[in-house]
Design a protein around this ligand. Structure first.
Ligand code: SF4
Length: 223
């Protein structure tokens, strides 16, 4: 699998997003999925055109904005996809009882590990590959994102069909296809995660500057 990922990553580097997802569909059949934070439905929409009925996995951490949950529900209602909502082992109340309230303020890495990393790892056991909306221009840490790569931790193939896109290409795709987007994108948020760990960004700030603002943390640990 690792060799397959590396070869595909090289061969598909200049392929379109549709071509990359078509390769995924032909290679993995039902054993791949899309993961979505419900910031927008671009990758879910792309994948649904290539493989109607594709699983779209959403991590409901219990801390999402109402707008994010609404976007998930709209995606499930409008597109030919199978939205799967994952929940952590514990509710927020159960986690508060065991670890104390507002773990996200005191130890966000542990909070993300409990509420994002663990449930996703369990869910991905049923797949060989997963597709994400990662882009190289998201952040310096994502600048080398391959369009198809090997996730050594999860031992899965990770597909990033829009890795080479910039924001203008995303906006153009959304406009052309009327793709569903999270309403918070129109309200000053550029990257949308859990409500306690997400703030609006100022003009000129990096899109991900509003995530875990004031902390060194830049990723939740699932990538
Ligand atoms: S983003 Fe924040 S609230 Fe969400 S799981 Fe991570 S630390 Fe917890």
């Amino acid at each position: 699998m690792e060799q397959l990922a590396l070869t595909a990553g090289r061969e598909l580097e200049h392929a379109t997003a549709e071509e990359i997802l078509t390769w995924a569909s032909e290679t993995f059949g039902a054993r791949w999925c899309v993961t979505s934070s419900m910031e927008d439905a671009v990758v879910a929409h792309l994948a649904s055109r290539v493989q109607p009925g594709i699983d779209v996995v959403f991590l409901d951490t219990g801390y999402h904005f109402a707008e994010t949950i609404g976007t998930r529900d709209a995606v499930a209602a409008v597109y030919p996809v199978n939205v799967i909502t994952l929940t952590p082992r514990q509710t927020v109340a159960e986690q508060d009882a065991e670890y104390g309230p507002r773990l996200h303020d005191r130890d966000p890495d542990l909070c993300c590990a409990l509420r994002k990393v663990a449930p996703l790892a369990t869910s991905l056991e049923g797949y060989d590959a997963w597709a994400t909306g990662l882009r190289r221009d998201d952040s310096p840490e994502r600048a080398d994102t391959p369009v198809v790569g090997w996730d050594a931790k999860k031992r899965k193939i990770k597909i990033s069909p829009i890795a080479r896109w910039d924001q203008d290409q995303v906006d153009a795709y959304i406009l052309e296809h009327g793709v569903l987007t999270n309403p918070l994108l129109m309200d000053g948020y550029a990257s949308i995660g859990c409500e306690p760990c997400t703030r609006r960004v100022a003009p000129g700030e990096d899109a991900r500057a509003g995530r875990w603002a004031g902390r060194a943390k830049t990723e939740c640990g699932i990538h």
